[in-house]
Design a protein around this ligand. Structure first.
Ligand SMILES: [Zn+2]
Length: 65
């Protein structure tokens, strides 16, 4: 039972400085830094999830086209 939290941990990156850090990703796509203090030194970091060759198994998030 791991559905108590809607967020899942994922590798993220700050687009401002390129710093890699771990982030929480909510179901609605909201990205939050795991640490209360951002790992990078940006005053206003632009965090996004790293989405390269790493394939995450997320069968419940399928977009039907
Ligand atoms: Zn940054």
């Amino acid at each position: 039972m791991t559905a108590s939290d809607d967020s899942e941990k994922a590798p993220g990156v700050c687009e401002n400085c390129g710093e890699l850090l771990s982030v929480w990703v909510a179901r609605d796509g909201t990205v939050r830094p795991i640490s209360p203090h951002n790992d990078c030194s940006c005053a206003d970091p632009s965090l996004r999830v790293v989405d390269e060759d790493d394939v995450f198994e997320a069968p419940d998030e399928q977009f039907t086209e």
